[in-house]
Design a protein around this ligand. Structure first.
Ligand SMILES: C[S@@+](CC[C@H](N)C(=O)[O-])C[C@H]1O[C@@H](n2cnc3c(N)ncnc32)[C@H](O)[C@@H]1O
Length: 207
């Protein structure tokens, strides 16, 4: 997505507003593949889980997890994404909130603990990844997992790299959690993170 505001109208630019424009145009992101869902299986396969989908967009994965019998909440800061998610994938709870914020308009609106937090194609857009990870960690159950899927910058053409993480950033993020695993599938990294979050250098800034 191009996050540059190119419209000529007088509305103030906001990141959420640019996502609204994107989703209102009918564009979508690739749906979860069978291998992605298989990666999630260890964390979703044992009975009803409490799951949070941060940056849920139009709710495709949120809806899949809900249809599997889980108690799912999707969070996004784009009103248009939430509107489409409610229309296309009713059933989960949806929260309009900014994952870059801690207060009631942000991740503070949520009450953990969650067994699983999924964050698909979102971390590259988070401004303060340390704060985000600390808050995500505080929302997890003791045996909970944070699942992050992010494009790998080195696998993409230069013009698409700003919305991806480098392998060094991915490794630093994984090293910041006491337990982690990283799997590369095609041009995306799939991280499973759990335990405590103790940031190491290289995870904080947005590219
Ligand atoms: C690339 S889309 C991915 C959507 C969905 N996870 C998927 O896989 O189809 C990124 C999503 O993150 C949301 N997003 C970006 N920054 C956010 C923030 N600070 N707070 C909440 N949502 C955010 C956008 O509105 C958008 O829906």
């Amino acid at each position: 997505m191009d996050t540059t505001n190119t419209s000529n109208d007088t509305e103030a630019y906001s990141p959420a507003g640019s996502w609204d424009v994107y989703f209102a145009s009918g564009r979508r992101f690739r749906p979860p593949t069978p291998s992605e869902l298989a990666n999630l299986e260890p964390h979703t396969g044992q009975g009803r889980r409490r799951i949070l989908d941060i940056g849920c967009g139009t709710g495709t994965l949120t809806g899949i997890l809900h249809a599997s019998g889980h108690d799912v909440t999707g969070l996004d800061f784009s009103p248009e994404a939430i509107r489409q998610a409610l229309a296309d994938h009713p059933g989960p709870g949806y929260v309009l909130a900014d994952a870059d914020q801690d207060g009631p308009g942000g991740l503070g609106a949520l009450a953990g603990p969650y067994d699983l937090i999924v964050c698909r194609l979102v971390v590259a857009f988070i401004t303060d990844l340390h704060r985000f990870m600390r808050r995500a960690s505080s929302l997890l159950a003791d045996d909970g997992h944070l699942y992050v899927m992010t494009p790998i910058a080195e696998e993409l053409p230069p013009e698409r790299r700003s919305h991806a993480q480098t392998r060094a950033q991915i490794a630093a993020l994984a090293a910041s959690w006491t337990e982690s695993s990283v799997r590369e599938i095609e041009d995306h990294a799939h991280l499973t993170l759990s335990g405590l979050y103790r940031p190491v250098t290289g995870t904080s800034t947005r590219r």
